[in-house]
Design a protein around this ligand. Structure first.
Ligand code: 9D3
Length: 242
């Protein structure tokens, strides 16, 4: 899968792209990431990329020309590609959207800065607008990193040795159960007995129960949408109000 990032701040990306699971996926050739500096498509001696808003008001707007020319310069792969604008006005990224994006061959991610991009870019050249949540960022760059992180780990082969994304309880719409590793006692706090029992069926049931309780307590909104078995529903009914 190929990602193209169009940004005024390309220097923000290399540390993120080199690290961790994503860095390994790039080395393996499973994902290809290309940076395009929008400023290099600006004209004139000063390479201006922003200007004052028509109609007045605070802040600056990204000029359409440099973004348009940067978009035109991006090499298109054979297959399906999508032009995405990162903006606080977009649809909030969620896991189903990440799965949809992972089916494509190329994502072109335009990072907005200042108050935003000239509307004629959005309306004429963008297929999808994405936000990463309801808080204010300085620009779309962190949003693009979040999209790349969430989507690339769904590309076949990227997770390799790590646990598969299919067994991730978040994929079923539940929060994870608590995790423990050595030592068995830490600052007087013991690991739950059941995890030391070696009884795999008992462990499975305990973990599922913890996931369900946690989701009910912290994210009741998720529980409403979750894929629940009859066993899950029976457990929740039995423990309601606890
Ligand atoms: C504080 C300025 N805001 C009201 C006048 C509007 C605004 C414009 C541009 C707020 C943030 C930004 C820059 N943010 C992004 O480009 C962005 C973003 C975000 O702020 N939150 C969540 N997801 C995203 S994706 C891109």
């Amino acid at each position: 899968m190929r990602f193209d990032i169009l940004t005024l701040f390309p220097e923000m990306f290399p540390p993120f792209l080199k690290g961790g699971i994503l860095g390994r996926a790039v080395q393996k050739g499973l994902v290809d990431i290309n940076l395009t500096d929008i400023r290099s498509f600006a004209r004139g001696r000063h390479k201006v990329t922003d200007d004052r808003p028509y109609g007045g008001g605070n802040g600056m707007v990204m000029k359409p020309g440099p973004v348009y020319r940067a978009l035109r310069s991006v090499e298109r792969v054979n297959g399906r590609s999508l032009d995405i604008l990162l903006t606080p006005q977009g649809k909030t990224l969620d896991q189903p959207t990440a799965w949809e994006l992972a089916k494509l061959d190329q994502l072109i991610l335009v990072c907005g800065r200042y108050e935003g991009v000239d509307e004629r870019i959005r309306s004429g050249y963008i297929d999808l607008e994405l936000s990463i949540g309801d808080y204010i960022l300085g620009g779309g760059e962190l949003g693009a990193m979040v999209v790349i992180d969430a989507v690339s780990r769904l590309v076949p082969g990227v997770l390799g040795g790590e646990r598969s994304n299919l067994e991730d309880s978040f994929e079923e719409g539940l929060l994870e159960y608590p995790h423990y590793t050595r030592p068995r006692v830490f600052k007087g706090e013991e690991v739950p007995e059941v995890l030391l029992s070696g009884d795999h069926e008992k462990i499975r049931m305990w973990r599922r129960a913890e996931s369900l309780k946690r989701t009910r307590e912290r994210r009741p909104d998720l529980l409403k949408k979750a894929r629940l078995s009859e066993e899950d529903k029976a457990f929740l009914a039995k423990t309601q109000g606890k």
